[in-house]
Design a protein around this ligand. Structure first.
Ligand code: PHE
Length: 345
């Protein structure tokens, strides 16, 4: 009878030896050590033995069971390590292989300027307004003190969609919307950046589409000196510390007085160079005190309130700041041009 125990043990050890995967080993475990396995079956056979033989037989079966379990356990360890090694091998990646490069875009220079201006004015408590590019003649011209037969309409050659609808020619249209919305409540402190359109023939300095950013402040006791201080601060932030501005008389229907604003040339510090054509000054924007008619039409009492407004062309600022000599570069989107702005980002 004990030969049978030996036989089962040898069979079990051979099966363990032959198992090459954890799944096969699991089968062997069930086959020999399971509840219905061969070793358990030996235990059942013990019942049929005479009483005096039972202890010795039982002991043998237990030794057999322990031996098989131990060998099986160590084989399990070996197979686990092998399985892990196989998995690692299969999942191996060659980190020296050339990777796929993904070309990232860059922020467009005009967006960079816009963000810079927005950050500057947000820090001074202004809000940033938005408005439609397809605009009503009413907001673009009428409310801005420029009625239908006004000669100043010729200053801006307009793309009309129908007699009352146009592509906005200046961001002033947004200012008018904001003034109307405010319903006579002050203070108003906002900037409105955006695209504008004019029927210009495109060349190095003209584009039928370009970007402006206007500023508007309305409240009590707002003066031309506030405008000058604000613009000087803006010029110093955009073009470097110490910039000064000068006003030259000008005309816009929506401001009175109106001024053209020059900034002291950042390239020669006002001494005169080829960028400023020897004058020491560069013209950068139009501005003025909000015309009483504009205040009145929008529901503000011009006796009580005053305001200033300015409008700057973003292409002009970017061209000066980055030394770009052709406005068309902003719109042809040649990646070689756009890539240059990587480093300013
Ligand atoms: N809207 C004017 C332009 O497009 C600029 C401007 C804005 C002038 C605000 C004065 C005040 O030329």
């Amino acid at each position: 009878m004990s030969d049978k125990v030996m036989q089962v043990q040898e069979e079990a050890l051979a099966a363990i030896e032959q198992a090459t995967t954890l799944e096969q080993l699991q089968q062997v475990k069930i086959q020999y050590l399971g509840k219905k396995g061969s070793i358990q079956a030996l235990m059942s056979e013990m019942k049929a033995l005479p009483q005096e033989k039972k202890p010795a037989f039982g002991q043998k079966v237990n030794v057999c069971k322990d031996t098989v379990a131990k060998v099986l356990e160590s084989k399990e360890e070996v197979l686990k390590i092998a399985a892990l090694a196989g998995k690692l091998e299969a999942e191996k990646i060659d980190i020296t292989l050339a990777g796929d490069t993904h070309k990232l875009g860059t922020t467009h220079p005009l967006v960079m300027i816009q963000q810079e201006i927005e950050d500057l004015f947000l820090s001074m408590g202004y809000k940033v307004a938005e408005g439609p590019e397809v605009e009503q003649d009413y907001y673009n011209f009428e409310l801005a003190n420029t009625p239908k037969d006004h000669p100043a309409r010729d200053m801006q050659d307009t793309f009309y969609i129908d007699p009352n609808t146009l592509l906005r020619t200046h961001t002033t249209a947004m200012q008018m919307r904001e003034l109307e919305k405010a319903k006579g409540q002050v203070p108003i402190k906002l900037i409105c950046p955006g695209k504008v359109y004019r029927r210009d023939d495109d060349d190095a300095t003209h584009s039928h589409q370009f970007m402006q950013c206007e500023g508007l402040v309305v409240g009590e006791n707002i003066t031309l000196a506030d405008l000058k201080g604000t613009l000087e601060y803006m010029a110093s932030t955009m073009f470097g510390q110490g910039r000064t501005v000068r006003f030259r008389p000008s005309y816009f229907p929506f401001t009175e007085p109106s001024v053209e604003v020059d900034v002291s040339c950042p390239f020669c510090n006002g001494k005169g160079c080829n960028v400023c054509k020897g004058s020491g000054w560069i013209e950068i924007l139009g501005a003025g005190m909000v015309h009483p008619n504009v205040l009145r039409m929008n529901g503000f009492d011009p006796e009580k309130y005053s305001g200033f407004a300015f409008g700057v062309g973003l292409e002009r600022v970017a061209m000066l700041k980055y030394g770009i000599d052709d406005i068309r570069n902003f719109y042809t989107n040649d990646v070689r041009f756009l890539k240059i702005f990587d480093r300013f980002d």
